[in-house]
Design a protein around this ligand. Structure first.
Ligand code: CXF
Ligand code: ZN
Length: 360
């Protein structure tokens, strides 16, 4: 099969690899679509420390091609969206309906039994997040698959596996935005645009989008932003104060840049909530004024995977899509073949797409 592989930090290439059949409790998925996410780029550029060589891709949808021993919940031909956190079902996070926080799967690039399914001339190749789904096939734990209805286009469904779940979930599950709220979103990539959609769904009144790229701001407006700030032209915190009076009710950082995290915290009113969604580098730190932290009574929340409960939330988001309330169609602004994956990442670096998607 063809797959996008990082062998040394700084680049990747599309290679011909072999993949084993699924073992006990695993599925082999024929991939139909894989979203191109900044976290893939972080892995390529070495900011996300995962053992190499590694197949990238963690936002995908496909069709079950083969089921491993003991699998009863899936059959060949089922359509699935992949979750990038396999949930064990037994730890306290899973028991507390917070499977996105399950840590049973270690980030070694191997499968849950600590062995590899993907190989290159006998050499083991790791996979990102138990998926490595920027490839024609992926063997994954069955707990990483969520069955979906067959009438949903898989290139749209794929986005629910990361960007859309993370962004809409940050707005609805993490922040629990109330109708009439004022909301600020720093960064209008796939996640930021999904936060905007989530804020709109939640009935926010003002949705202020911030980015350095005017075409991203135009996309933000298309998905529901009511006010746009180009942070290269205007000082965002000051502008937000002008637009909201005392600061926003909610601010979201969706880039992974420390200074934007500080600005998000500064942008909310006393008692407001700043949610950090962007994935920064392991070595980054943020600074907050120690007195203001207490005196402003603001809530600062981290958010991973939009506080998703994938078996419940993925179908819920796709129902909203089918009802015309969540716009996934315009989120996919360009499709690429797997051979065009390098171009897809170049386009992402140039802010060209809402989301680029590899299709097979
Ligand atoms: C990331 C979080 C860190 C591991 C890879 C996936 N989430 C979104 O892109
Ligand atoms: Zn992602």
């Amino acid at each position: 099969m063809k797959a996008a592989v990082v062998r040394e930090s700084g680049g990747f290439s599309v290679e011909e690899l072999t993949i084993d059949p699924p073992k006990k409790g695993e599925l082999k998925i024929r991939m139909k679509a894989t979203g191109v996410c900044h976290s893939d780029l972080s892995l390529i550029e070495g900011r996300l420390p995962l053992p190499l060589p590694c197949v990238i891709g963690h936002e995908g949808a496909g069709i079950v091609d083969e089921v491993g021993e003991g699998v009863t919940r899936f059959a060949v031909g089922d359509h699935v969206v992949l979750s990038y956190v396999p949930a064990c079902g037994e730890c306290s996070s899973c028991h507390n309906h917070r499977p996105h926080l399950c840590t049973s799967g270690k980030m070694t690039g191997k499968m849950l039994d600590d062995t590899a399914r993907v190989h290159s001339n006998g050499e083991d190749i790791n996979v990102m997040q138990f998926l490595g789904c920027m490839a024609e096939y992926a063997v994954i734990p069955e707990t990483s698959a969520i069955k979906i209805e067959k009438d949903i286009p898989l290139d749209k469904a794929a986005l629910v596996g990361c960007a859309v779940m993370t962004g809409v979930g940050a707005a609805i599950n993490t922040a629990k935005i109330e109708p009439g709220s004022s909301v600020v979103v720093f960064g209008c990539g796939g996640i930021g645009l999904s936060i905007i959609q989530g804020a709109k769904l939640a009935g926010a009144n003002k949705i202020i989008a911030i980015d350095v790229a005017d075409n991203k701001l135009a996309m933000a407006e298309h998905f529901g932003a009511t006010h746009l700030i180009n942070s290269e032209r205007d000082a965002p915190v000051q502008k937000i104060q002008e637009l909201t009076g005392e600061g926003a009710d909610y601010a979201f950082e969706a880039v992974g840049i420390p200074v934007l995290m500080e600005q998000a915290h500064e942008s909310v009113r006393r008692g407001g909530t700043a949610v950090i969604v962007g994935v920064a580098a392991l070595t980054d730190t943020v600074t907050f004024n120690a007195l203001t932290l207490a005196m402003s009574a603001k809530t600062l929340k981290g958010c991973i995977y939009g506080d998703a409960n994938p078996p419940v939330d993925f179908p819920r988001l796709l129902d909203l899509y089918k009802a015309g309330k969540l716009n996934l169609d315009d989120m996919v602004s360009r499709s690429y073949s797997i051979d065009e994956a390098p171009q897809a990442f170049e386009d992402m670096k140039n802010n060209a797409n809402a989301r680029g998607v590899i299709v097979y």
